[in-house]
Structures are given as C-alpha cells and as structure tokens.
Write a new protein. Structure first.
Length: 280
C-alpha cells in the first residue's frame, strides 16, 4: 500500500488525514524526536504533506512541535511528492537538489478560491471587533486584486462598505471594475481609510504611500510583505496569518480533503509533469 506521511498539521490536516487513511497507509511526524525515530520508515513514503500554514523563516513547520522541514528533506526519498501551502526559496532550492517534487497548494485555484472565503469572513469578523465603527459607510483600501482581495472586497461592499482596490496591472484593475468594485492605480491612490488591507506578499508600499494615505489600522493578509518597519507609530499593524485554519477549520479542512486526494492519485499514476519528463 502506498504510504503518506503528514509532517505536523492542525485541524485542517486532521480532516484530510482521516479521509486519506481510508485508502492509504498514513503516518504522522510532529517533532524532531519523532523524525529521528521514524528515519527508516519514512524512506518508504511517497507523498509528504506539510500544513497549509507552511513554515517560518527558518524552515520550522508552524503547526508542529519544532519540526524542521529543511531537516526532514534529508530523509525524504528522491522522486517523492511534497505538498505544502507555500514553499520558501530555501525549501525550493533544497528540494531541487534532493529531486523532490514540491506542490504549493496555496497556488492551486481550486483550493485558493475556496480558502479565500473563510479568509474574507475572518477578516470581516476581526474588523468588526477592532474598529469603532460599522462596515456600512466605512472606506476600505485593499492592496492587490487577487483571489482574497476580490472575495473580501465583494463582501465588504455587500455590507455597505466603500471599497477601493489598488493594484499595478491594468488587467487586475479591469477585473475588479467588472465586479463593481472601485479601483485605482497603486501609484495614484490617495485618501483617508478606515483600514488598509494588504493581500500582496511583496514590499510594494513605502513611506510615500503613507504620506498620501491615512489609516488607523493596517491589516496584513499576505505572508510576508515586509511593510511593518515602514508603518507610522500611530498605525496599528494587525497581521492575520492562517485565517482559514483559525476562523473555519472544519470548512477549510473539507476544502483540503476535496482537493488533495485527486492530486495524490495523479502522482501515483505517474501523471505529474516531473514524472512525465523523466519518462521521455
């Protein structure tokens, strides 16, 4: 029977594990001690699943007891498939050297659009708790025009908020316009906002932006925008990582259990792009 190894994980992964256990031999490793004890058994593994919450900057799996994904890679067999929410550069580079296939689940439309739902709802819940006003009539600036930005923007608008999407690409602005959301070029945005909400995992905002825009609260939905140091001391920085797992673990776990099994079946059929190239 094919073997699947879970590396750490939370409630979402528990739901996925329960489903996969019906069909595969499943093992879990959650700490350095468990990794050491399972060194030989995981060499039999073919698919390794890390949490959607991924790792910290040092490569430690967030939902684990100090388990390093970088160290775990030393024991993962060549040609194995590693599923993870998002892979940092150091992980990608080591995986290439180890010839391990990495699939970033956060980049898959079939999962990312579904996960945008609890992310948007969790953000709105937080805003309603943190702000001293209603969503209705409040002005929100959302940086980016991707899945999360559009899903959140539409919901804020339905609640009576005034929403403006700021992005660089004309295609992104056109998509937001088609959804009846206000838009502006990132270079031209100016205003007073109840909250600025960032969804872009890159340091695209600078001091000039905050000189032209005022807000009491900056909500960080991106994994690493690097903006914290540029914020004025009067602006409250509110990072909200991993909202699907925190706000709606049952729903997001069901999304995971819906999306991942077909990927694993495809891998075991030998139908992954890397596998097909090896056969040529």
């Amino acid at each position: 029977m094919a073997k699947i190894v879970f590396l750490g994980g939370g409630e979402r992964e528990r739901i996925l594990k329960a489903k996969l256990s019906l069909q595969y031999d499943v093992e879990s490793i959650n700490s350095p001690d468990e990794l050491e004890a399972a060194t030989w058994s995981i060499k039999e593994g073919s698919v390794f699943i890390a949490p959607l919450s991924s790792t910290d900057d040092l490569g430690t799996i967030r939902e684990s007891n100090g388990l390093s994904l970088l160290e775990t890679l030393d024991y993962i067999p060549q040609g194995s498939l590693l599923l993870i929410g998002a892979a940092r550069n150091m992980l990608r580079e080591k995986a290439v050297k180890k010839e391990v296939i990495v699939c970033e689940l956060g980049q898959l439309d079939e999962l990312a659009w579904l996960n945008a739902i609890p992310t948007a709802e969790g953000t709105i819940k937080t805003l309603m708790t943190e702000l001293n006003t209603t969503i209705f009539g409040a002005k929100f600036l959302i940086i980016g025009a991707g899945r999360i930005a559009l899903t959140l923007g539409i919901r804020l608008k339905f609640l009576g908020g005034e929403v403006v999407i700021a992005a660089r690409a004309n295609a992104e602005l056109a998509r937001a316009t088609a959804l009846f959301l206000g838009t502006t070029s990132l270079k031209e945005v100016k205003g007073n906002w109840v909250a600025v909400i960032n969804t872009v995992p890159a340091p695209i905002l600078d001091q000039d932006f905050f000189a032209n825009n005022t807000t009491p609260i900056y909500v960080e939905l991106a994994s690493s925008s690097g903006i914290k140091d540029a914020l004025d001391a009067k602006i409250r920085h509110l990072p909200l990582p991993g909202l699907p797992g925190k706000y709606a673990p049952q729903a997001s776990g069901a999304y995971l259990a819906q999306t991942v099994p077909p990927l694993i079946e495809r891998y075991f059929r030998g139908d992954w792009p890397e596998q097909r190239r090896e056969k040529l």
